[in-house]
Design a protein around this ligand. Structure first.
Ligand code: EPU
Length: 416
């Protein structure tokens, strides 16, 4: 699928309501299987990654209803023990391993996928599971997982990995005794998963810190829970406020605290930011100054927002840089932005961005989710007709992006 952004140079602007967080949803949906009681989860974004997770659950035999951003889930105790090949369509499918450890001793899991951002192994997950007593055999059918001898333990993660932290919490939440995870990730989505499990009756302390303590408790209950909104979606739409042809943008249904580091960067660049408890408004006053940042685990600058910040910095005065430390290869947007007028180069892990770009519009090709978002921003900034080929990945993480953009006056549509 391709996206056309139509020629339109006038001032856009307005309000965008942010949807539920992708990286919470893809973890909390499998987590709901930990209880054999029914759970109701609200604010689930209508995105491809969620639909794939739901399809996998249905294919495994569980009961799942998805309507109006609410999911109803009930585990089938006689579910399949072999995961379908579709688990390799997204990264977050690895959360089925931690969730299934609670009710099946043995099952077979094929490899998980996700955006191509360089090497993305799951060795930290498997190491932590092994510390909890699990064992794994790689076979031509996939990873044979054995969780029959689970025990609590103290686990130190080699890196504060979001996925490994959540997966270790999922796997240990019903294991007798106390499991401690040192060097755990502190992302808001990790906190959200913990809060969800606590609402089911789990005992988790240290939520939001780098040491999480889980006291295993059996028979977690069903729950009704509303997941947090998506800080990366919010950051993406806020970035519209930096474009030459966009006036003021307000995003609502978002906790500004999740965006702390991003908003600080926008202020340092020279944008005006106004926040309330659940909204952020961005507008331009002065010229935009260059900026230098380094990505890292939360609360450092989010790697997911780096491709988006690249576009903002390309519009600023002078030379800026972003050093990417989380993923080994998150630069697919750069060659594409250069096709329509940017001057961006890569030196090792550092992205160097020359300022004052006047985007020309034209043809670009998207390669992954946040690359799609960056190309979209640059296409809008050009004010000229722009086509983005392979835009499908945008829909993996953004709920109704075309409708949201059209509502603030941006004329764009997809073509098959
Ligand atoms: N890593 C390993 N081994 C592991 C796990 C991670 O080497 O077992 C490495 C990764 O390859 C990466 C780094 O550690 O270089 C960080 O990975 P992390 O585990 O923190 O990330 P993730 O769980 O794979 C999640 C989000 C990403 C987001 C990162 C960082 C999900 C499904 N994905 O990925 O989201 O960039 O955390 O915040 O939650 C996105 O939304 O665009 C996206 C890529």
């Amino acid at each position: 699928m391709d996206l056309i952004i139509h020629k339109q140079q006038n001032n856009y602007g307005g309000k965008i309501v942010i949807s539920g967080a992708k990286n919470s949803a893809v973890a909390i949906l499998p987590a709901a299987l930990i209880s054999n009681k029914l759970s109701v989860i609200h604010n689930i974004p209508d995105i491809t990654d969620v639909k794939i997770i739901i399809d996998i659950m249905k294919e495994m035999g569980h009961f799942v209803l998805f309507s109006n951003n609410t999911v109803v889930i009930k585990r089938n105790n006689n579910c399949s023990t072999i995961f379908p090949d579709s688990v390799d369509k997204l990264r977050g499918s690895y959360y089925f391993i931690g969730a299934y450890a609670n009710f099946l001793n043995k099952f077979t899991f094929k490899s998980c996928g996700g955006c191509d951002l360089g090497d993305r192994p799951i060795d930290y997950h498997l190491e932590a599971f092994k510390k909890l007593g699990a064992s794994f055999i790689t076979s031509d059918k996939g990873l044979l997982c054995d969780f029959s001898n689970m025990q609590s333990n103290a686990i130190t993660l080699a890196y504060p990995s979001v996925g490994a932290t959540i997966n270790t919490i999922l796997a240990s939440v019903q294991v007798k005794g106390v499991t401690t995870i040192y060097n755990s990730a502190r992302e808001p989505e990790v906190i959200d998963v913990c809060n969800f499990l606590v609402s089911m009756g789990a005992s988790i302390k240290g939520i939001g810190t780098n040491t999480i303590i889980i006291r295993g408790s059996k028979n977690l209950d069903g729950t009704e829970y509303t997941i947090i909104s998506d800080r990366i979606e919010a950051g993406t739409y806020l970035s519209l406020g930096s474009l030459p042809n966009v006036s003021k943008i307000t995003v609502c249904n978002i906790n500004p605290l999740y965006l702390n580091n991003f908003l600080t960067a926008l202020k340092e660049i020279g944008l005006s930011i106004h926040t309330t408890d659940n909204s952020v408004c961005v507008s331009k006053n002065n010229s935009m100054r260059s900026h230098h940042t380094i990505t890292g685990p939360y609360p450092e600058f989010s790697s997911d927002l780096a491709p988006i910040l690249t576009v903002i910095l390309s519009l600023c005065e002078g030379k800026s840089s972003i050093t990417e430390t989380v993923f080994s290869n998150r630069t697919s947007h750069i060659a594409e932005l250069n096709k329509i007028g940017a001057h961006i180069s890569i030196e090792g892990q550092k992205i160097i961005i020359e300022g004052k770009t006047k985007y020309t519009g034209g043809l670009m090709t998207s390669h992954d989710l946040r690359c799609s978002a960056a190309l979209l921003l640059a296409g809008i900034a050009s004010g000229e007709e722009t086509i983005i080929k392979n835009i499908d990945s945008l829909f993996r993480g953004y709920d109704s992006p075309i409708q949201k953009l059209q509502r603030i006056g941006i004329l764009c549509n997809t073509i098959n």
